[in-house]
Design a protein around this ligand. Structure first.
Ligand SMILES: CC(C)(COP(=O)(O)OP(=O)(O)OC[C@H]1O[C@@H](n2cnc3c(N)ncnc32)[C@H](O)[C@@H]1OP(=O)(O)O)[C@@H](O)C(=O)NCCC(=O)NCCS
Length: 307
């Protein structure tokens, strides 16, 4: 087997970014598209690697044969891998997984989620061989926009307002952390996590709809426009109803409001990602006409603290 060298980078140089682009260009674009970045979508550019560590795998001749992005979440780590190899033993993926695990150990240990998009037959064997077990599945759901009018009409009428940066952070964090308690990526957000998203080029406070009831924040629907795909797509990025306000029709109303906002921007394709086991959310989305178009899998391994 060719020896593989894996290097970790906080930032890619221009030439490394060009190598990565070439590698992405040479493999199935759908798989590549689903590989990098938050929301499981995007393409590798300087913005997409911000806040994540990139692991570059090179063969004995120094050619880039694969890479991984290692993302730190408040309560866990996530790794996504692009492997250009066709070797059935998947040595590139295994080397990248191993290095990702070492990086997590160096940072104090914790749960490392290995995200597999459009899973192929080899992945479970590779994940298992590296000590990972299947943790959960993520649905990509889609619908044409605008939503059908009978579904919109059935939703409880609500009035939302846009998020105001510098004012609404604390209330949003409180509702988010209450609604997503225990969720590996979405729980335990702090001010720095939220501010980092606000600094992203795609962030638009008008697309973060807040719903206030009884003088407090009852829920929110955060939308995200994907301009990197053609035609542009509108995602419901994070939706949450405060537990005190659940089962009152607000989740449905906020989903409808989010997609209405995106349709109002002229977008014709609505998407979202949801844990397959989140039956409340999945049945809500199905009842609004969304369909599952792809299933991603997360394998997990808990890494010890090994500074
Ligand atoms: C998912 C969530 C947004 C739903 O909000 P909600 O205000 O409780 O939902 P609604 O009252 O609008 O219910 C809408 C539909 O959801 C479904 N639903 C809600 N709670 C449910 C439950 N416990 N079990 C099954 N289905 C449920 C039903 O289909 C319901 O349909 P109905 O209107 O015909 O009764 C809310 O539970 C939440 O914030 N959960 C935590 C965060 C989260 O999981 N977000 C989604 C991630 S993509």
């Amino acid at each position: 087997m060719t020896p593989l060298l894996v290097e970790a980078r906080e930032h890619l140089s221009t030439s490394e970014a060009a190598e990565v682009d070439r590698l992405l260009g040479g493999i199935d674009t759908l798989a590549a598209r689903g590989t990098i970045g938050e929301g499981k979508r995007g393409s590798l550019d300087a913005d997409a690697v911000e806040g994540s560590t990139v692991l570059l795998a090179r063969d004995g001749q120094g050619h880039l044969v694969g890479f991984a992005t290692l993302q730190r979440h408040p309560a866990s780590f996530g790794v996504e891998i692009v492997d250009s190899g066709t070797d059935p033993g998947e040595p590139v993926t295994r080397a990248l997984l191993r290095r990702a695990g070492q990086e997590v150990e160096r940072r104090g240990g914790g749960a490392l989620f290995y995200w597999v998009h459009e899973a192929g037959d080899a992945e479970p064997a590779v994940a298992t061989a590296e000590g990972f077990t299947l943790d959960r599945e993520l649905f990509e759901m889609r619908t044409p926009l605008p939503l059908q009018s009978d579904m919109v009409d059935a939703a409880r009428p609500i009035v939302t307002r846009p998020f105001v940066p510098g004012v609404d952070e604390e209330a949003w964090l409180e509702v988010n952390n209450r609604a997503f308690a225990g969720h590996p990526e979405q729980s335990g957000w702090d001010m720095a996590d939220l501010r980092a998203r606000e600094a992203e080029p795609w962030f638009d406070p008008h697309g973060l709809l807040l719903l206030e009831l009884e003088g407090r924040l009852a829920g929110s629907c955060w939308t995200k426009v994907h301009e990197e795909v053609d035609p542009h797509e509108g995602e419901i990025f994070v939706i949450a109803v405060d537990p005190d306000f659940e089962h009152q029709g607000l989740g449905r109303a906020l989903t409808v409001a989010g997609y209405a906002y995106l349709a109002g921007l002229g977008l014709t394709e609505g998407i979202l990602y949801v844990d397959a086991a989140n039956t409340a959310a999945v049945s809500l989305y199905r009842s609004l006409g969304l369909e599952v178009v792809r299933v991603d899998r997360a394998y997990v391994r808990t890494m010890p603290n090994q500074p």
